[in-house]
Design a protein around this ligand. Sequence first.
Ligand SMILES: *Cc1c(COP(=O)(O)O)cnc(C)c1O
Length: 370
Amino acid sequence: MVDLKSQYQKIKSEIDTGIQEVIDNTTFIKGGKVTEFQHHLELYLGVKHVIPVGNGTDALQIALMALGLKPGDEVITPTFTFIATAEVVALLGLTPVVVDVDFDTFNISLESIKQSITPKTKAIVPVHLFGQNANMEEIMAIAKKHNLFVIEDACQSIGSKYTFSDGHQSFSGCIGDIGCTSFFPSKNLGCFGDGGAIFTNNDEYAEQIRSIANHGMKTRYYHDRIGVNSRLDSIQAAVLDVKLKYLNEYCFARQTAAQFYDSAFADNKNLILPKRSEFSTHVFHQYTLKLADLDRKEMIKYLADKGIPAMIYYPVPLHLQKAYQDPRYKKGDFPVAEKLCECVLSLPMHTELNEEELKYISQSVLNFIG
Ligand SMILES: *Cc1c(COP(=O)(O)O)cnc(C)c1O
């Protein structure tokens, strides 16, 4: 699905130099590289605070902890997403309230959010799925009206831009109270191991987040609250600091590949193309088709035989996962998400796809359909 080797080859000398620098000065944790990368990312995103952490899941957990949510508080999250979004809510003893998504964009449904708000609701966690922002202007308006926090799960959408109705733009993850991202190797800005970051424009949250990520301390060995240990290490920061310079190029390469797929599949009645929202750019963490009247299993097998990976993101919605069984929910409650789980298929999508590969993949898809 991704080609990290070819990407590395192109920037090998820069990356190797950065990593070697860290090894030479042996500041492996909280070194200058982490601070440098943090500042560069703050400048890129135009956000006041970037707090690097261990991974995207930690980022989400720490964000929830920083807002002082208490057991029993309800947190609204889409049922069609990667499990981490709800996992941390459940781990903290908060109550995940799952809602449906839009068929066109895969993102959280505004109607479904509105219907799920109760006096116990404290936060909304929209996920900018597959690289396109959810409708943040509306979500922020709903949150304001009901006095709710908004934590953006921007693990798949770094570099994507949201345009508000007055024309001003913000980067994904920098709109809500707190934004979270992941630097997992296959993410749009990926390191060579685990990594993540939290974004906020709020000084108070930033201070809380830094303290929580560092065992709940501000002054060394004085612990103000219960925290965790979550940090980005210097070697990962060195890799990310190089790759950040190429992030725009990487986004463009993904968008170009998506355009190619779009044109190849445009007139096919068995394939529903990923829809672009008018208010967001799409950075295509995934290029996800919806199949109409096609045998998905057979199609995956057919493509695999031709050496083409194709993946189902995601096969089971949250409310039907074994670990998240809940008497409040049953099959049929979230028909859009359930339908998507049955018909989505993601094709190879990364920064190194060339025209020959794109032709081969799309022609193979079309050949299967016949
Ligand atoms: C990858 C991802 C996460 C978790 O990130 P990790 O770095 O793997 O912990 C959370 N939410 C979404 C939507 C993701 O895609």
